[in-house]
Design a protein around this ligand. Structure first.
Ligand code: TEU
Ligand code: CA
Length: 561
């Protein structure tokens, strides 16, 4: 089966007739990330599943998305909620079976929605047969699929590299007495990508899934596969791009698929190496400069700093310019690891709806492929947990133990978890005001946010001025206008503390976008913004950008110039 694009592919034209050819279907499509355990439960076991997703495809088709990024549903012990895979070619029974998966691919495709799978190949589960064989026999051919060191220096591990989930990145295997490398949990041993037989296994698995008709891959921490621990190199290793080009030739070339590499280490220059024309590596990367820039130097995500909009605007502008005509941007506020967009960048309180719409507007009118994280389209907010017992995430629970042992107070750690724990986006999707937000008829694996009675799909989708309808409008505009997909980006008012304003230009077509990213009424400044009275293309209402005109809290507008 080919991977023919699931959405129509046609030359785009703009207002003045400038013909711009979209070089790929995913340049006009919008992605939607589903965290399967928390999306929709069809069998009442409290865990979302694939049949539950199939039941919501009409909802996703109504939203207008072009593809789903499906977080892992493969067989897994679920130490890291599926990012610890023990069989790449089998479905975890808690999510369903391979018939369900094939049905999801077919049912989505019939709605012109692609299914992009999560490719987690920096590591496997320690329950993967490869690792079990590697541990049981030093001479096993699978031993070198992983990274081993014989002895630990004085401090008890072969080097001082630490794991993302806390502790050393080396754990001792009791069977062989040697140490193996793991950048995440000890149950997630890193794969040795310098082993060509391992790489061939991964390419074969990728082709197996692509031949089933999936629309591509999101590639988990792909910037780590070139690691050289003995040299202290973890991200962006010297062989990384060679491995990606080899992977492209072996599995992706000739297929109309989308690939997005998660690359926490990516810089604008490096991103052009991943997605630049003729690079034949990936379609785009997820970069995180707008996330990590506002983390604490010492405590990282556990002490997040307030958003500084001039800095955030400059980061987005840097990425827009770096990849314009020289690669491709992904655009996202959140995912299954990040706090809810409204909670982190907007307002959870009285301005929740307007801040959600403003965040959607500025993101979706930039150049790149936007990604919506499940629930973002109805302005779901952080979990609001009040006890550590409500958390499920291995990273959060590890750092709770580690930071308290370092002397951090429970209250301080808890404040960090409430702001930035990965469980914030993992609370169940809020479909209705029914018990458990209509997510499950059983007991949910993680608590539903208590606000579901008034914050849910049923309520918001019915609001013509709601968040869901704003996302629908933005997705449609992207499809209709080449200037949104391919226009130049010029940041306006770069130093303004709260107005995020920019112009998009393609040929004679010019779009002006302005958003007040603050809780205060903010006046249009005397200069720096074109003056106009025009119809807002988002609402059809007349708007003015005369100096002195006041924009309400989180007001956002877009007009043709
Ligand atoms: O995340 C990579 C990763 O580094 C993040 O977990 C990051 O460390 C964290 O969000 C910072 O708070 C990917 C997946 O998205 C994540 O869910 C997995 O846990 C991880 O890789 C291991 O597969
Ligand atoms: Ca279920």
């Amino acid at each position: 089966m080919t991977n023919k694009a699931v959405t129509s592919q046609s030359p785009a034209s703009s207002h003045d007739g400038t013909i711009v050819i979209d070089s790929a279907w995913w340049q006009s499509a919008v992605g939607y990330q589903i965290y399967p355990a928390s999306f929709a439960d069809s069998n009442g076991d409290g865990i979302g599943d694939i049949p539950g997703i199939i039941g919501k495809l009409d909802y996703l088709a109504d939203l207008g998305i072009g593809f789903i990024w499906l977080s892992p549903v493969y067989t897994s012990p679920m130490v890291d909620n599926g990012y610890d895979i023990s069989d790449y070619r089998a479905i975890n029974p808690i999510f369903g079976n391979m018939d369900d998966m094939d049905r999801l691919i077919a049912e989505a495709r019939s709605r012109k929605i692609g299914v992009v799978m999560d490719l987690v190949v920096n590591h496997t589960s320690n329950q993967h047969p490869w690792f079990i064989a590697a541990c049981s026999d030093r001479d096993s051919p699978f031993r070198d699929y992983y990274i081993w060191r014989k002895d630990a220096p004085a401090n008890g591990s072969p080097s001082d590299i630490t794991a993302s989930f806390g502790g050393s990145a080396w754990s001792r295997d009791p069977q062989s007495g040697e140490y193996y490398f793991h950048l995440f949990a000890p149950q997630q041993p890193d794969l040795n990508w310098s082993n060509s037989a391992l790489r061939a296994e991964i390419h074969a698995m990728m082709n197996w899934w692509l031949d089933k008709g999936i629309a591509g891959f999101r590639m988990d921490v792909i910037d780590l596969i070139g690691k050289r621990p003995e040299e202290g190199i973890v991200a962006d290793g010297p062989d990384l791009h060679r491995y990606l080009r080899e992977m492209h030739e072996a599995a992706l070339a000739g297929r109309e698929v989308v690939t997005v590499g998660e690359a926490w280490s990516a810089t604008p220059d490096a991103a052009a190496l991943y997605s630049g024309p003729e690079r034949r590596e990936v379609s785009m990367v997820f970069q995180f400069s707008h996330v990590t820039r506002f983390w604490d130097e010492r405590f990282g995500k556990w002490k997040p700093r307030p958003i500084d909009w001039p800095i955030l605007k400059s980061l987005f502008a840097e990425w827009q310019h770096a990849l314009h005509g020289n690669g491709w941007n992904s655009l996202f506020w959140g995912n299954h690891d990040l706090p809810r967009a409204v909670s982190r960048y907007g307002d959870e309180g009285e301005h929740r709806l307007s801040s959600a719409k403003a965040l959607a507007t500025i993101l979706h009118l930039m150049e790149g492929t936007p990604y919506i994280y499940q629930g973002e389209e109805i302005s779901m907010i952080n979990a609001g947990f009040t006890s550590i017992d409500q958390y499920r995430d291995v990273e959060t629970l590890n750092f709770h133990r580690i930071q308290l042992a370092m002397g951090v107070s429970e209250a301080d750690f808890f404040a960090g978890a409430q702001a930035n724990s990965r469980d914030n986006p993992r609370t169940p999707m809020q479909w209705s005001s029914k018990p458990n937000a209509g997510f499950t008829s059983g007991t949910p694996w993680i608590a539903v946010n208590r606000n579901y009675e008034w914050l849910n799909v049923e309520q918001d989708r019915a609001d013509p001025d709601g968040v869901f309808q704003r996302y629908r409008r933005l997705i449609a505009l992207r499809c209709q206008h080449a200037v949104i997909r391919h226009g130049d980006f010029e940041l306006l008012l770069p130093d303004h503390p709260s107005l995020f304003a920019f112009e998009r230009k393609l040929g004679a077509e010019k779009l002006l976008v302005i958003a007040n990213m603050s809780r205060q009424e903010t006046a249009i400044p005397p200069s720096g913004i074109p003056q106009l009275h025009a119809s807002d293309i988002l609402t059809g209402r007349m708007v003015s950008t005369e100096p002195g005109i006041k924009l309400g809290p989180f007001a956002a507008m877009a007009t043709w110039l």
